[in-house]
Each structure stands twice: as C-alpha cells, then as structure tokens.
Design a binder for this molecule. Structure first.
Ligand code: HEM
Ligand code: HEM
Length: 136
C-alpha cells in the first residue's frame, strides 16, 4: 500500500507533462494553414488538463493519508514534498480559472495561463525529485 501513492504520482506527472506538451505544441503553431491542427491540439489539451487536475488532487490526498497512517518514519505534513504538492494543486486551479477567462476572450488571461502552466511543470519536476527521496 505504501507504493500506491508513488505510482499514482508517477502517472499524474506523466499525464501532466503530456497535457502541457499538447498546449505548448498548439502555441507553436502560427501558420494559417495549420489552424485546424492547432484547434485539435487545444481541444485535447482542454479535455485532458482538468482531468489531470482532478488526479493531482486525489494524489495529494492519497500521499497525505499514506504518510499519516502507513509511514512511521515520516512526520506528517512536514516535508518539502507536502508543500510542493499543495503548490502544484493551487497553480493548476489557477490554470483552470485563467483558461476559462482565456476562452471568454481575454488575451491577458491566456498569457498568464501559459506562465502558470510553466510554473506547474517546474513544480512537478521538483515534486518527482522530492518524492523519490522519501520513497520506501
Ligand atoms: C487545469 C489545468 C488546465 C486547463 C483546464 C487548461 C485549459 C486550456 C484551454 C481551454 C486553453 C485554450 C485557451 C484558448 O484557446 O483561448 C489552453 C491553452 C493553453 N494551455 Fe492550458 N490548461 C491547463 C493547464 C495547462 C498547463 C499545465 C500548461 C503547461 C504549460 C498549459 C499550457 C497551455 C498553452 C501553451 C496554451 C496555448 C496558449 C496560446 O496559444 O496562447 N495549460 N489551456
Ligand atoms: C514521482 C512522483 C511521486 C513520488 C515518487 C512520490 C512519493 C511519495 C512518498 C514516498 C510519500 C510518502 C508516503 C508513501 O510512502 O506512500 C509521499 C507523500 C506525499 N506526496 Fe508524493 N510522490 C509523487 C508525486 C506526488 C504528487 C504529484 C503530489 C501532489 C499532487 C504528491 C503529494 C504528496 C503529499 C501531500 C504527501 C504527504 C507528505 C507529508 O505529509 O509530509 N506526491 N509521496
């Protein structure tokens, strides 16, 4: 059971990187003739990303429960990994909010959305690193 959360974590991070890559690939497309490819990538990104947010939230809860009940060697809620997890979920919630505003037509929100996404990717990399260090 102690491995449930780390495995869930790996899956979450893998899907997060994939969802991000869809958004970034779409952003790279500027040529008019390829507008449909851009739309398709963004549509897939918009479906996958909120699911990854739900999964990240579940992973966060699973990690906290696992540490509280299964790991006598870790003090609950005192790891850097714990705080980074909270930061990751928060940044993704902000991504969700800004993406809604971007869809409503705000260019500013769209720009902020991309930077929040970049922040999520950096936090996610740190999350894998700190998680592997406390893996049993
Ligand atoms: C809950 C999380 C997320 C949701 C719901 C979401 C949703 C969306 C939506 C609906 C769009 C289209 C906006 C438009 O057409 O105006 C979009 C664009 C984009 N998203 Fe996300 N996204 C999320 C997370 C992320 C993350 C983690 C990244 C990582 C870098 C990211 C990068 C991008 C990029 C690069 C674009 C294209 C922006 C542009 O072309 O200017 N998103 N996202
Ligand atoms: C490569 C991915 C990850 C690995 C290897 C990993 C590993 C771990 C390990 C070993 C623990 C201790 C509990 C246990 O042994 O089951 C833990 C706790 C935790 N993890 Fe992860 N994790 C990963 C990803 C994530 C992600 C994506 C989140 C959040 C979205 C997260 C949030 C947490 C939280 C909140 C705790 C509780 C820590 C505490 O109470 O101090 N982890 N993680």
């Amino acid at each position: 059971m102690v491995y449930l959360h780390p495995v869930l974590g790996l899956v979450t991070l893998g899907l997060l990187f994939y969802a991000a890559s869809l958004g970034i690939r779409a952003r790279g497309i500027r040529a008019r003739g390829r507008a449909r490819i851009r739309e398709r990538l963004l549509a897939r990104h918009a479906v996958l990303a909120p699911r990854v947010l739900a999964l990240a939230t579940a992973t966060w809860v699973a990690g906290a429960v696992s540490t509280a009940y299964l790991r006598d060697d870790l003090r609950w809620a005192e790891t850097t990994h714990f705080r980074l997890g909270a930061a990751l979920v928060s940044v993704m919630v902000a991504s969700l909010v800004t993406s809604r505003r971007a869809l409503a037509g705000s260019e500013n929100a769209r720009e902020v959305h991309v930077w929040l996404g970049v922040a999520a990717i950096l936090i996610a990399a740190a999350q894998a690193f700190t998680g592997l260090r406390i893996t049993p």
